[in-house]
Structures are given as C-alpha cells and as structure tokens.
Write a protein that binds this ligand. Structure first.
Ligand SMILES: C[S@@+](CC[C@H](N)C(=O)[O-])C[C@H]1O[C@@H](n2cnc3c(N)ncnc32)[C@H](O)[C@@H]1O
Ligand code: SF4
Length: 589
C-alpha cells in the first residue's frame, strides 16, 4: 500500500501536490464517491465522545457568547422531537414509539420542559430563526398539551422571522390544534400522506386513513394559510410507478404548496414485498407533465422529488421575502447552529460540536450528568474547510463574498496557497463573486477540495489506508468490515455479489440488520457497463436477502452465508441461482 507522506516525498510544487492528491484519491477508492469528504476526514482525526448535558451546555455557553459578540456567524434553529405515533408504520426510519400508555406522554413532556429550562438561559437575547416540531407525530398531543408545550417554548426562547413548521398526519389534526399552531406563529406544515391506497397502507401497518380525511386535513391547513407540504413515498409494498404518479396527481388537484415524493430510503428496515422503485430521475420525468398541468414545477433532490406550486400562497411569500427569513434546512452550507431536544435529535454548535441524543426511553427523567449524547468536536478551521470542499464537490464553485461574510476573513488570504496552486494548474478561474473549477469530473472536484485541507487530515487518510487497506478496497464501501463473495446467475446475467458485515450505526444501500450486500464493481465507479439485467437481479436478490436476515437472524457473516446456501431452493423461486461457492473470488466482469 503506498504511503507517500510529505516527508518521504517532498512536495514542492502545485504539480507535485496534484500528483500526491490524485494518488490519495485513487487509494481512497470508493470513499471519494460517497460525497462525504469532510465528514470522512473528520472521522479519522476525531472520535465520537459520550457527553452529558453539562458539557453540552458549556459548549453552547461559549458559542452563544461569541454569537452575541459578533465573533461567530450563523443563525440558530430549534428542533423538538415528539416521538409518539398512534401506530408504527413498518417502513419508518425515524425514532418513534407507539403510544400505549398516555402517562408516557406526560412524563416525556415534563422531561422536555426540564430540558428547555436547562438550556434556555444560554440563549438569552439570541433569537431562533427556525423552529421545527417533528416526530413521530406531534399532533398526537392533545390541544392542551400543544398549548402548554408551545407556550413554554415561547416563554423560554426568542424567535426571529423564519420557518416554523410542525409535522402532522391524517386523523391527528383537529381545527382547534391547527388554530393553536397558527396562533403560535407556525407558517408551515409537513403532512404525511404516503399513499392513497388502503392496500398499501395495510401492507405497512399504517393507520388506514380515508381519502376524505386527507382532503379534509389539507382543506383545514389551507384555511389557516400555512405553507402546506404533503409527503408521499415511492416504493412501498404494493405501489408502482403508475400508482405513485396517480397519488401525486391526486394531491396536486388539492392545491398544496408542495408535494415531496420520497424514494423509499436506503435506511428503511427490511420490508418484505416492497415494490421496485423507479429511479428518481425517471419518476421526475414522468411526473413533470402532470405537475405542469396543475401549475407545479418539479425539482429533483438526492432522496426525493418535489412538486412546487408556481403560484405561492401570498402570506407565505410575504414572510419568505423578508431578508432575515430562513428555511429549516439541514443540508445548507450556510453557517448555522441547531438545538435539538428529544431522543435521536441532532444538534450542531457551529465551529464547536456536532452531537446527537441517543434513543433514550421516552419516560426516562432528564439527568444533566448522564452521558446520553454522542458528539464530535469541530473547529472553525473544520467549518471553513467543510464550506469550501462541500461547495466544490457539489457545485464546482464557491462564493468568496459569502465566505468573507461568514468567516470575516478573505478566502484569498486564508487559503491563498490552495487558490494559487489551483490557479497555476489551470483548474480555477474567477467568476463574479467567487471561484469556479474548470474540471467537471467528480473525482477531480474531490481532488481540488483536498488542496484546502490541512496536513493532519491528509496524513490521517494515508495512515488509515495503510492501517486498514481492506476498508478502501475497490470491492466495497469503506464501512463494510468483512465480506464473502457469491456469483448470482439470472438467465444470461451473472453478477458477483459480496455479502458484508457492516459497522454498527452505519446505514447503506441494500442493508438488512447488521448486513449488507454490494456488487464488487459498483462501488468502485470504474465505468464498466452493467449487464442488462443487473438492476433486476439486485432487486430480486435484495428481497431474498432481507427475508433471510429477518427469518434466520444470523449472528455472523458465516451464519448468514450458511442461511443463504441452505435456502437455495427459495432463491430459485426468484429465478436466481448461486453459481460459485461463496468463498471463491468472483471473476471480474
Ligand atoms: C417523521 S415522518 C412524520 C410524518 C407523520 N408522522 C406521518 O406519518 O404522517 C416524516 C416523513 O418521513 C418520510 N419517511 C418515513 N420513513 C421513510 C422511509 N423509509 N423512506 C422514505 N421516506 C420516509 C415520510 O414520508 C414521512 O411523512
Ligand atoms: S411515518 Fe409517521 S406515523 Fe408512521 S411511524 Fe413514522 S412517524 Fe409514525
């Protein structure tokens, strides 16, 4: 394994650095294509620490002092998690619990109030721009519980202009609850519809919402002039491309502000019998004429497509035009901090700490000394590098003006060497208020980002490649820790498949429990053409794989392998056959 660290091979010129970074990108293999460059480098140099609320409060104290003093940029968001649902939909990826004992709700709300009281004094004089009440199903709370919670939040925190959103579902929203949210200044609602088919809802154990109920709820929300987002899911068991499009059209006829159609997430728990979800670009193509017919436009995002009404609600538009208006947005590169309360809630203290509450039991009392939080420290340098590398990777450009506004320094002074290097190489040109890369290939954009990282991160990457070469093998993503290979045959197609054991907490495509599978070449991004039936084979094998993991509950990769082999006849029912013994290396295609 190569490890050309700077001291072994002096790197004097821009061309030397380019060669070095290209070698590093090649050695990192699939990691380069995962679009998480900065998080990856941070994970090498910073461990997740178990923290308690006292440490978190200290950190917020330091950060909010700087925000007050104008030394720390960014806006603040508040997120409260209400994890209760009337029934648990089997596809759901969020932390939620079925409300069986109403006492749990009271205990949980009491805990939330104590947490609010604990943190609120730190935010004196600093308004929150956004407020998101998510879940679970927040509107499962009674009117008096909502009133009490929102009243407590209003007394505890100050709010500026920005998005205030709550999540709701059919059958949990009443007119009185909607009025309460409007009175407390909520301007947006996210309404989960998922599907209009009773059969599909039954397949996933969701409450069997009636179509009239969905109509009534949307009408009610519109009467309060909320920005109404409705959610659908594409790929649920029993759904097809055509029924998803019909669901979308059905909603568009009701005139909400937008409809988000999620593709069934890669983190979805094993869901036997789920349908073959068409890729989002295909869904978007098919949805486009339907959207246009109803006065909507379609935008495609990595996990969903969104139909947005061209003519917006005037009240919403007026609010959104205000210069200090902010959306609740967890993918923005704009500096922001987020206080999240509740089990699994994520928080972010810009330039200091990123952390997440564990999935603690809902009735557990709040104990500031409990180490129930996992966090990773961040420096301002990490944030600057994150801003630049992220923008280069996703857009191939960044704004020097924005950088200066956020970090109160000139990017040409702070990262002068990197800019000079890229300029010498002809990789960068100035344009309007910023810089644009002249290279377009995703790996080259990643390489360009490496010029902005510090030596500690670059060294840590080489060290990790040397210490754990298997993580960077072109045969699998870097969080897959062990694997066994199969050759799967379907008619004329023959596809090498690797079974993997994955690291706890790591979610990946084609995962069930602690296991996942992949095709060797797929993750390497080596440009080979897939055999025509590959997608179909993967879908079929995926269902079989989920069933085996769910029924055999294997404790190890060997046990999984054995369970798969002993069910060859079941695999045959999918039209698939295992062609080579699992220990053999699959031939390259
Ligand atoms: C936290 S849920 C709240 C919605 C509300 N409780 C309801 O079900 O109507 C937010 C949204 O996440 C989406 N979602 C949940 N699980 C998903 C999955 N496995 N794949 C894609 N989207 C999912 C659903 O569209 C859902 O409306
Ligand atoms: S989709 Fe909504 S109702 Fe269903 S389990 Fe998830 S949060 Fe609860």
């Amino acid at each position: 394994m190569p490890s050309p660290l700077p001291e072994n091979s002096p790197i004097a010129t821009a061309h030397d650095r380019l060669a070095h970074f290209r070698r590093l990108a090649a050695a990192l293999g699939p990691t380069v294509h995962r679009g998480v460059a900065q998080h990856f480098f941070l994970s090498l140099i910073k461990e997740d620490e178990a923290l308690n609320a006292e440490t978190i409060a200290d950190c917020w104290r330091r950060a909010t002092e700087k925000i007050r003093g104008g030394q720390l940029p960014g806006f603040l968001g508040l997120y409260l998690h209400i994890p209760f649902c009337p029934r648990l939909c089997t596809y759901c990826i969020y932390y939620r619990v079925r409300l069986s004992d109403p006492n749990d709700l009271d205990l949980y709300l009491a805990r939330l109030r104590r947490e609010i009281d604990y943190y609120a004094p730190l935010f004196q004089g600093i308004p929150f721009s956004t407020f998101y009440l998510g879940g679970g199903t927040p509107t499962l709370l009674s009117e008096s519980q909502i009133d009490e919670l929102l009243g407590h939040v209003r007394r505890s925190f100050a709010f500026g202009a920005g998005e205030r959103c709550f999540e709701t579902s059919p059958y949990t929203l009443t007119e009185a609850k909607a009025r309460l949210f409007a009175d407390y200044g909520f301007n947006r609602v996210s309404f989960g519809v998922q599907s209009f088919s009773l059969e599909v809802l039954q397949n996933v154990d969701r409450v069997l919402q009636k179509t009239e109920q969905v109509h009534r709820t949307i009408g009610l929300l519109q009467s309060f002039r909320f920005h109404v987002n409705c959610d659908l899911i594409h790929g649920l068991p029993g759904e097809s491309l055509q029924t998803t499009l019909a669901n979308l059209e059905h909603l568009l006829e009701l005139g909400p502000t937008q409809v988000t159609t999620y593709k069934l997430s890669i983190y979805t728990p094993p869901l036997p019998g789920r349908t073959d979800a068409a890729p989002l670009p295909e869904l978007a193509r098919e949805a486009e004429p339907i959207a246009r017919k109803h006065g909507y436009t379609i935008a495609v995002y990595p996990t969903a497509i969104m139909a947005v009404r061209s003519e917006r609600n005037r009240r919403v538009e007026e609010i959104e035009r205000r210069p200090d208006y902010r959306n609740y947005d967890d993918v923005t590169t704009e500096p922001r901090s987020l206080l999240g309360l509740g089990p699994t809630a994520r928080s972010y203290i810009f330039g200091h700490l990123k952390y997440k509450s564990t999935a603690y039991p809902v009735a557990a009392p709040f104990a500031p000394g409990d180490k129930s939080i996992l966090g990773r420290r961040l420096s301002l340098l990490d944030e600057k590098q994150f801003f630049l590398t992220q923008q280069l990777a996703s857009d191939g450009r960044f704004s020097a003006v924005e950088y200066e506004r956020y970090f109160r320094e000139s990017v040409s002074v702070a990262f002068g060497e990197a800019l000079k290097d890229l300029d010498k190489l002809g990789w960068l040109r100035r344009e309007n208020d910023g810089y644009v890369l002249t290279v377009d290939d995703p790996t080259e954009r990643f390489v360009a980002g490496l010029f902005f990282l510090d030596e500690q991160k670059i060294r840590a990457a080489w060290k990790d490649i040397a210490d754990s070469p298997e993580k960077y093998s072109p045969d699998g993503p870097s969080d897959l820790v062990d694997r066994r290979n199969f050759l799967i045959r379907y008619r004329q197609a023959c596809i090498p498949i690797s079974l993997h054991r994955i690291r706890p907490g790591f979610g990946c495509f084609r995962q069930a429990g602690d296991f996942a599978f992949s095709i060797a070449d797929e993750m390497a991004g080596n440009g080979k053409t897939a055999p025509p039936n590959e997608e179909k084979v993967l879908r079929l094998f995926g269902r079989f794989f989920e069933l085996v993991v769910a029924t055999a509950k294997p404790a190890s990769l060997d046990a999984l392998q054995e369970a798969i082999l002993s069910r060859r006849d079941k695999l045959a029912a999918y039209g698939l056959a295992i062609q080579s013994p699992p220990d053999e290396e699959p031939p390259s295609r």
